[in-house]
Design a protein around this ligand. Sequence first.
Ligand SMILES: *[C@@H]1O[C@H](CO)[C@@H](O)[C@H](O)[C@H]1NC(C)=O
Ligand SMILES: *[C@@H]1O[C@H](CO)[C@@H](O)[C@H](O)[C@H]1NC(C)=O
Ligand SMILES: *[C@@H]1O[C@H](CO)[C@@H](O)[C@H](O)[C@H]1NC(C)=O
Ligand SMILES: *[C@@H]1O[C@H](CO)[C@@H](O)[C@H](O)[C@H]1NC(C)=O
Length: 795
Amino acid sequence: MHYVSVITLVSLVSCVRGQLLDIPAVDELVQSALKPLANWTDYDGPTGTASAELSKSTEAVDANIAIEAAAVADASYWLAGISHQGKAAFNSNPSSYTVFRNVMDYGAKGDGVTDDTAAINSAISAGGRFGPASRESSTTTPAIVYFPAGTYLISSSIIDYYFTQLIGNPNSMPVIKATAGFSGLGLIDGDQYQSDGNQGWTSTNVFFRQIRNLKLDLTNIPASSAATGIHWPTGQATSIQNVDIVLSSGSGTQHQGLFIENGSGGFLSDITITGGLYGANVGNQQFTMRNLVVSDAVTGISQIWDWGWTYQGLTITNCTTAISVNNGGVGNQLVGSVVVLDSTIQDCSTFVTSAWQSSTSSNGSLILENIALENVPVAVKGPSGTVLAGGTTTIGTFTAPTRPSALLASGSSKYYTKSKPQYEASAQSLFVSIRSAGAAGDGSTDDTSAIQSALTSAASSGKIVFFDQGTYKVTKTIYFPPGSRIVGEAYPVIMASGSAFSSISNPVPVIQVGKSGESGSVEWSDMIVSTQGSTPGAVLIEWNLAASSGSGMWDVHTRIGGFAGSQQQVAQCPTSAAVSAACEVAYMSMHITSSASGVYLDNVWLWTADHDLDSADNTQISVYSGRGLLVEGQNIWLYGTAVEHHSLYQYQFSGAKSVVAGFIQTETPYYQPNPDAANSPYPTNSALKDPDYSSCLSGNCDSLGLRVLDSSNINIYGAGLYSFFNHYSTTCSTFPLPENCQSEIFSIEGSTSSLVVYALSTVGTTHMIVKDGTSLAVVGDNLDTYAATIAYFTL
Ligand SMILES: *[C@@H]1O[C@H](CO)[C@@H](O)[C@H](O)[C@H]1NC(C)=O
Ligand SMILES: *[C@@H]1O[C@H](CO)[C@@H](O)[C@H](O)[C@H]1NC(C)=O
Ligand SMILES: *[C@@H]1O[C@H](CO)[C@@H](O)[C@H](O)[C@H]1NC(C)=O
Ligand SMILES: *[C@@H]1O[C@H](CO)[C@@H](O)[C@H](O)[C@H]1NC(C)=O
């Protein structure tokens, strides 16, 4: 057992807790470049707010607008061609509300000449949808806004709406091209600032959003203007995938590809950014970014602030600084922690610049693992100079944690990864619509048998099942046979209801992926699993299937309570009520059983609602679910997963073997400790090795964020285990102390071995790590930005 509170950097192994700063010239450049955008000096509180003075609209400059050839013919893409039968079941008018919107149908030309701004924005807004500041959130107006191949000229921002997926044709990526006089914060503005200076939505509550398959071209905009590709302050269940952003490069450019100033995210993968002052200029509580490729920027990634961030598979080329984490400067470093793994940095003067100095705080904790440097003279630079020399070399690992070979990409030392399948090369004839197969998806018809027979026949004939947008009520278990490929349209919902799920002591799966002993692969993406009414016996997803790799879920979420149609809303489950059966809504979010192996999760949010998404003002509710994610299987990848508000635990690894995870994020239920975990309405089940909360080290026995029991080879690259509330009051999580909402949040028990946790951050918790009832680390020794952080822990 090895617990490191302050880490000394040794040669080319890398674990820097905190950091160093940079060459004054670079720092000045970074600071002055920040000015036109924002003033980040004001850090104020739990949501990680930074105050912003927004840039004024980009000055119009007399410049030639490049005229591009008219749109090429749209290379066929099944999603565009398939019949569009999606229905928003709980919309006030489901029969007239349009889910799938092709921008061409709203007047966009995509010819590179016509200004398509208004047409695109009307494709987004049509049909009584909720724009910025019109409502906190809504689940009743889902939409896909589709861009065929073409060049779409825009003169001001595409204003993204709640529950919107902006999707381009992956076979011929559409180009969104800004005019020279473009104005707005982002070609795509995910959370438009309003005249009162506030964002249109509370960034931490922006859920259910995607951007995919677009190229953004900012090169018409003068380099001297602070122009942004995507403004993306978001929360969980959001993703950006397969997007190219082209910025002006060279001396003096003020462009930035991605701008995220706050939120509680998030996930993105397969993004390429060229040019700019910053490729990405980003701050958020936590995030997972994979396969982000930045070249020719001054600073590849400027980290504005965070509690934790996991970068996997970065490629940063030809930048002055690849990653800066020194924002705030010495003594006030706003970046809590950063983990970088399996990455390549080429032809940059410096890999990481930090403001860390030997210090009693954890600000700027930095973990680097398996990084190839090519012509990067300085690996890590601090305020007093080089901390870690660079060159052309590989930064290995701190203590060489075992990377189980089953988790690695074939023939590589890197972990295996797989992006969400979009089936772009598949013919439309390969897809079977679930609605065409007879499911109603109207939120009231029992669709169990229609869905089951469609899935069974699709798996046996190699077809892909398309769940048209809808809410599909089921009253029995739905079984996914091996070989199933299932993809949703804007997160359709499978909603379990009725007596099959009514026993709190007899768990029944809603979705069962394979049966115990079966092997094969399943691909499942873009869906939600929920329950309706009293369903204390529902296990929303049970995964039994054995696979080698490539089998899993991408952007599939559980959403338990708090939405229209759930009958688990403010009216039924207000926070003031005593626990009632009506508000006992799930036995467990997800169970990866001991027969399961080779299970891959990418951007999965297992969420018991803390508030009602369809109330006017995000009113809090008290719904009770038993358990979050139970992992008993082996060879598991958990990339960008979050588990929140379950009463007994969020993550439990029990008898699990060979798991790679990061960033994992949890929140304890806000109603706890009234009742606490020991008094949860869900009785403990010894067969599932539920935790025993008969005693805690110091008072409140609230739900554990992470429990690791009798497990081996568990490598966690970033964890944020948060407890903000004590029965709806945040006094207990006030920064920097008392941080005593609950006694402990991470428990290691039994015969667990070969466990590595990098950048463990906790909020509101006295004992950060507890092993078999003994405290190994307390919050007061590990204060960081808002969360407390331990850079490296191993057992
Ligand atoms: C940030 O804003 C504060 C308050 O408005 C001001 O005093 C300070 O000079 C600003 N800092 C920068 C770097 O602009
Ligand atoms: C995000 O930042 C903006 C600008 O500083 C601020 O108005 C807003 O309150 C912040 N929101 C959250 C959730 O931190
Ligand atoms: C490196 O980036 C600069 C812009 O910062 C660009 O002008 C130059 O051409 C790039 N060099 C190479 C070799 O791509
Ligand atoms: C760490 O972050 C906190 C919160 O932003 C700040 O108050 C503190 O000064 C920082 N400490 C260091 C050493 O950077």
